[in-house]
Design a protein around this ligand. Structure first.
Ligand code: KDG
Length: 339
């Protein structure tokens, strides 16, 4: 008897479940919405996989009403072009680098200073804590909503000229950097010739020799196939680079409270997925790149200390250019995260 009751209840629950989800979504103030989500890397990258996961989470939590479509390979434009499209309300969402946001909120440039974070744990604590939150809020009066940070990762050097085993080896290398004054200043101080370029132009610039090298996390070097046009990889971990998931404020403000809750909760779930996926992928990338024929070396602690010394004036310059307070706050947040 009890088994039959259990079975009957089980069948009833299974039949009612979809209705329950739909009912809960219907009960909520949730409208059908098409969300265009732009990003710069390929679909088969840590960034692309996280976009797919985010879309699935939104659909699940909205009873299928939030239909998010990912547009990869910068098909909706570069980070900067997409930021402007969100501000104008022509696009709903994107993920991109915090480094390209400095034209909108200058303080985001603080994340680009070298050798700030020692590991991902510190980065998570600072980005998801009061310091990171405060910077996200600074976007609100610029027409953007910063939802969460994803992980781009610790950046490393590649080039086609020579192994970089000491800073002097960077001398004269035309090194592509993100469009950001901290990166330009940093690599010029290392003796390279820093060339700011949008990510979407990078592979061609490497292929044609317009630039000799670039710097990115190993996951990006793998997913963007830079190993096809770069011979040398130098593990330097010189900057921890965040990505930031952005929404158009014009679009976001029109959402109901229920819809905002769904979006924010799905964004947090996507952040946790992306960081786990990125770190797992990163652990495999060096072996993959070696297999693809890259000649790989790691900068010694002594050499990294020399680089730290050489870029100390970059911190002074950043502080003198109006970044003193945000830099002090970030350094305090990192110290607190280390306790
Ligand atoms: O859309 C591409 C961006 O995510 C960009 O930040 C990737 O790190 C990157 C770079 O070097 O441009």
């Amino acid at each position: 008897m009890f088994r039959k009751l259990l079975l009957a209840t089980g069948i009833a629950a299974a039949l009612l479940a979809p209705v329950a989800v739909a009912t809960s979504a219907a009960a909520q103030d949730v409208k059908t919405r098409i969300i265009r989500f732009g990003y710069g890397l390929s679909e088969n990258s840590n960034q692309g996989r996280a976009v797919k996961y985010f879309a699935e989470e939104l659909s699940k939590r909205s009873g299928g009403k939030f239909k998010m479509k990912g547009f990869g390979d910068a098909s909706l434009g570069s980070d900067i072009q997409m930021q402007n499209a969100l501000i104008g309300g022509a696009q709903e969402m994107m993920v991109g680098s915090t480094a390209t946001l400095v034209g909108i909120v200058k303080d985001f440039g603080v994340y680009d200073l070298p050798f700030l974070f020692n590991n991902e744990k510190e980065a998570d604590a600072v980005l998801d804590g009061p310091f990171g939150e405060k910077l996200l809020k600074a976007l609100n009066d610029k027409g953007l909503v910063g939802l969460v940070y994803w992980e781009n990762g610790f950046r490393n050097l590649t080039n086609s000229k020579r192994p970089i085993t000491k800073v002097e080896d960077m001398g004269g290398i035309k090194l592509r950097v993100m469009q950001n004054p901290v990166y330009i200043d940093m690599f010029n101080r290392f003796g390279a010739n820093a060339v700011p370029l949008a990510f979407s132009e990078l592979f061609t610039a490497l292929e044609t020799g317009t630039v000799d090298g670039q710097e990115n996390p190993v996951t990006t070097i793998q997913s963007s196939k830079f190993y096809e046009v770069q011979k040398y990889l130098t593990i330097s971990r010189h900057v921890y680079s965040p990505w930031i998931v952005l929404a158009s404020k014009r679009w976001y403000d029109a959402l109901s409270a229920d819809e905002k809750k769904i979006l924010n909760e799905a964004a947090v779930a996507s952040r946790d997925f992306e960081r786990k996926d990125s770190r797992e992928a990163s652990a495999q990338s060096v072996a993959y790149l070696k297999e693809k024929g890259m000649q790989i070396n790691e900068l010694s602690p002594a050499e990294l200390d020399r680089m730290r010394e050489m870029v100390k004036p970059a911190f002074d310059k950043y502080a003198a250019d109006g970044g003193a307070e945000v830099l002090k706050d970030l350094q305090a947040a990192i110290t607190a995260a280390r306790k």
